[in-house]
Design a protein around this ligand. Structure first.
Ligand code: PNS
Length: 200
């Protein structure tokens, strides 16, 4: 019997409960599922590809038919390389559809034999995206129920480092502002000590 291997490509910056939901659904439907982290999606990602891979690996240990990999270049080329017959993507809402349709049709144009399969994550994740998780976490909001606990921990670590860095920068700025204003305001003793012209 033909075994169906699919890839689930994405940025996963960071992986969310929505991604996990889709991975679980996919692992029940297909024989093999490769979660494929794109290596060069954004100029300034929050997490390195290696970190994202580690998080996804830890999140998916319970699924025997799921592996995690990274790739660069075209999704269709990667799919061909690993012998996948389909690309799995999630559609949360109608707003996702246009972009996903365009991508699926372009991938079909590039590689006619490769199918795209859309699955719908649980409705509780229909508003959830990595972009919003990043933004909320960076602005100090709670993302507790939106990402797995190990991702939450990594986010907290990232935010702690970012806050420490921002605090250190603010302190440096204050110190340099103080020095500049002290230089521009000579102190009184200095002014008093100067002999006045014509009164000696
Ligand atoms: O999680 P994302 O950011 O929505 O994933 C988008 C992704 C990685 C699936 C898409 O950008 C992609 O396939 N990139 C690889 C380059 C490629 O194949 N581009 C042509 C797509 S038609």
């Amino acid at each position: 019997m033909k075994r169906i291997k699919v890839i689930y490509p994405g940025s996963f910056d960071p992986p969310t409960n929505g991604h996990l939901d889709l991975i679980e659904r996919g692992s029940e439907l297909f024989d093999e599922l490769i979660v494929a982290v794109l290596g060069n999606p954004e100029k300034d990602p929050l997490f390195s590809v290696a970190d994202r891979r580690k998080m996804l690996e830890a999140m998916t240990t319970e699924f025997g038919n799921v592996t995690v990999d990274t790739f660069d270049g075209l999704t269709v080329d990667y799919a061909l390389r690993v012998g996948a017959s389909a690309v799995l993507r999630g559609i949360r809402a109608i707003s996702d559809y246009e972009y996903e349709l365009q991508m699926a049709l372009m991938n079909r144009k590039l590689q006619p034999g490769l199918e795209t399969v859309f699955m719908i994550p649980s409705e509780q994740y229909s508003y959830l995206s990595s972009r919003l998780v990043r933004e909320i976490a960076q602005l100090g909001g709670s993302v507790d129920s939106l990402v797995p606990s190990l991702v939450l921990q990594k986010l907290h670590e990232k935010m702690d480092v970012a806050h420490k860095f921002a605090n250190a920068e603010a302190q440096d700025r204050e110190a340099s502002e103080r020095t500049t204003s002290e230089r521009m305001t000579p102190d009184r003793t200095e002014r008093k000590a100067k002999p006045r012209k014509g009164k000696s």
